[in-house]
Ligand binder design. Structure first.
Ligand SMILES: *Cc1c(COP(=O)(O)O)cnc(C)c1O
Length: 459
């Protein structure tokens, strides 16, 4: 018999989970205006809201906390982190920021202006937010297969090269300051981009002289998928694959809260001196001096260690195997999920799960609320509420996919927690025909409404 896979770590410290009753949760979610972001953490039993900043640091990362150098300028923690990033990515310039969206804010302040177009593969919501805030437009060039949950494609995050070329050919090139490639692609379901596709995108960008940047929050998970799914990479290390991926780009923005395995942090890494100089000015204005940019020294040390651990195969395999275990159990129960499974999350297909609830009444949000009430599990809607309104017509944008994302924090939950989630969903799926009405919006913010939206239950 083949030995089962095990997590390549053991537990040194534990954190209690507060259990609750169905009646308590019904009351709490109503008080929270049916917005899962408004719940307090002790009202949640298994928190799959996000894998961002929710991972468990290792003993070596905690040791780095004690070694942190808090000098304002030129701290050794900064040098340690800069060397790590340059070694991993090959980019010579490095600017720390307090998180990923801050990196976007600084980079886009330097590059993006009104009426610009920024092509990419299903831009992440903060990325899109920063583009639209500057009155520019994010153009989605993801392959069509990404939007059909029943189709198997090993790299659903890929860019459709024809769509990308069409944007570059039919617009004045000075209106396209950069192309953004998100690895892995969060909005399309944590789906990876193949090395072949990265090479093709880079070649098109080069031909049109448009710089290529990576939105690299989950670059290590992307490298894992290249190693395990793409021909020719099985014998390469994750670090070698990462180096090649970034060799095709002009720079990257990073949310270190994902594959940095820290609770807070981010950075920009760059090749071009002029872009670096522009970014430095904005970084000093928005984030802090260039050798800390919104992070304390101890956090930079922990991030340096985290980047090393996150690019080790054993860690990535156990992380992704855990996510896939949950996905596999759901498939066994007949629950409709996005396939192939993403790296960091399982996505429930709400269009298939609760077809009786009309899209105008927010199917995916309705399912996410039901999962919370039933079992105290907090997922997040990736559907109409997240897609927000069209900036010009102000009409709701109805995306092709209505998903509930169950993001798995790194090194935080066990397989029995995954089993609990799977069984809770099986039970909801068996009674899905009883769900007929959803929710209406009582109040919403003008941009990125999903964080603060208030809803009313329809009966
Ligand atoms: C999380 C994330 C961001 C934004 O990073 P924050 O650290 O949350 O500000 C940007 N892009 C992608 C793909 C992400 O997953």
């Amino acid at each position: 018999m083949q030995l089962p896979f095990i997590e390549p770590y053991k537990i040194k410290m534990v954190e209690s989970i507060k259990r609750s009753t169905l009646e308590e949760r019904k009351h709490w979610i109503k008080e929270a205006h049916y917005n899962l972001f408004n719940l307090t953490s002790d009202q949640v039993m298994i928190d799959l809201l996000t894998d961002s900043g929710t991972g468990a640091m290792s003993d070596k990362q905690w040791a780095e906390i004690m070694l942190g150098d808090e000098s304002y300028a030129g701290s050794s923690s900064f040098v340690k982190l800069k060397d790590r990033v340059t070694n991993l990515t090959g980019f010579p310039y490095f600017i720390p920021t307090h998180q990923g969206r801050a990196a976007e804010n600084v980079l886009f302040s330097a590059l993006v202006k009104a009426n610009d177009l920024v092509p990419g593969n299903s831009h992440f919501d903060t990325t899109k937010g920063h583009i639209e805030f500057r009155k520019a437009t994010a153009v989605d060039c993801t392959i069509d297969e990404a939007f059909d949950t029943s189709v198997y494609h090993p790299f659903k995050g890929n860019v459709d090269i024809k769509k990308l070329e069409e944007v570059l050919r039919s617009n004045p090139i000075e209106k396209i300051p950069l192309v953004i490639l998100t690895v892995t692609c969060n909005t399309a379901g944590g789906q990876p981009v193949s090395m072949q596709n990265i090479r093709e995108v880079a070649a098109v960008c080069k031909r049109y002289k448009v710089p290529l940047y990576f939105d690299s929050a989950r670059f290590a998970e992307n490298a894992y998928f290249i190693k395990t799914r793409e021909d020719g990479f099985a014998n390469q290390s994750i670090k070698e694959i990462v180096k090649e991926m970034f060799s095709y780009g002009d720079g990257m923005t990073m949310s270190a809260k994902k594959d940095g395995i820290v609770n807070m942090g981010g950075f920009i890494a760059l090749r071009d001196t002029e872009v670096y100089q522009k970014c430095v000015t904005f970084n000093i204005m928005y984030e802090g001096f260039i050798t800390y940019g919104g992070m304390s020294g101890r956090d930079m040390g922990a991030l340096s260690q985290g980047l090393d651990e996150a690019t080790e195969f054993d860690f990535l395999e156990s992380r992704i195997q855990q996510v896939h275990y949950l996905g596999q159990r759901l498939v066994e129960f007949g629950v409709p999920v996005q396939q192939p499974f993403g790296g960091h999350a399982i996505y429930l297909d709400a269009n298939k799960f609760v077809p009786n609830i009309s899209p105008e009444e927010f199917r995916a949000q309705s399912l996410a609320i039901e999962l919370y009430i039933t079992a105290g599990i907090r997922g997040v809607e990736v559907g109409t509420i997240l897609a927000d309104r069209d900036p010009i017509t102000r009409n709701n944008r109805y995306p092709k996919l209505e998903l509930v994302r169950l993001a798995i924090p790194r090194r935080t939950y066990s397989l029995s927690h995954m089993e609990y989630v799977a069984v809770a969903l099986k039970n909801i799926y068996e009674t899905r025909h009883e769900a007929k009405r959803g929710y209406s919006i009582k109040w919403e913010a003008p941009i990125m409404r999903h964080f603060t939206v208030q809803l009313e239950k329809l009966v």
